[in-house]
Design a binder for this molecule. Sequence first.
Ligand SMILES: C[S@@+](CC[C@H](N)C(=O)[O-])C[C@H]1O[C@@H](n2cnc3c(N)ncnc32)[C@H](O)[C@@H]1O
Ligand SMILES: [Zn+2]
Length: 188
Amino acid sequence: MDHPSDPWHEVRRSPLHGHGVFARRPIPKGTYILEYEGVHITQEQADAQEPSNPDDPFHTFFFAISNGMIIDGGNGGNDSRYINHSCEPNCEGHESEDGNRVFIVALRDIAAGEELLYDYALTIDDKITKTLKKQYACLCGTPSCRGTMLALPKPSKKQRKKAKKKKWLKKIIRQAVREEIQDLLRNT
Ligand SMILES: C[S@@+](CC[C@H](N)C(=O)[O-])C[C@H]1O[C@@H](n2cnc3c(N)ncnc32)[C@H](O)[C@@H]1O
Ligand SMILES: [Zn+2]
C-alpha cells in the first residue's frame, strides 16, 4: 500500500533511452512530481563542459531556465535527470515564482507504470542544420515526433505552403506508380 508521502516516481531502464522515470502509482493531472535539481551554471560554463558521456557526446543533463541559467542535473541532480524527452509529453517543467527552481508537473492524468516525459525543446545558438537535428535525434516515435529534441522555429506561411505542395506531389507520384505497376501486372 502506497503512503501519500511516497515518491510518485521510480527510475528504471527505459525502452526509449538508457534509464527513464516512471509513475509508481497513478499521478493526477497538475501534480508537482519532483523538482529538477542540480547545480546552477551559466551558459558559458555549460558550453565549456566536457560531454558527460564521450560515447554519446550529445547526451545532456541540462535544463535551461528563463533567467538564462542552466540547471546541471549531472552535478548535484536527483532522479529528474533521468526523465526522457517526448514530442508528445505527459509532463512539463514549471518554474517557481522567483524563476530559480523547476518542478516537473503532470500535464494530464498519468497511469501507474507510464514513463514520465517532457519536451526538452533544446535551444542551441547555432543554425539548425540537418546534422544538428540528427545529433539531437528524437526516438519518441509519437505521431507528431519532430525527429529532434531541439526546439524548432515555427514554419513560416511560405514553408507551410511548400510542405503542403510537397506532400501533395508525393501522393500524386505514389498513385501514378501504383497505377503503372497495376498496368504492368495486367499485361504480363
Ligand atoms: C536527461 S538525460 C535522460 C536520461 C537518459 N535516458 C539516461 O539514461 O541518462 C537526456 C539524454 O537522454 C537521451 N534521450 C532522452 N530522450 C530521448 C529521446 N526521445 N530520443 C533519443 N534520446 C533521448 C539523450 O541522449 C539525451 O541527451
Ligand atoms: Zn519525438
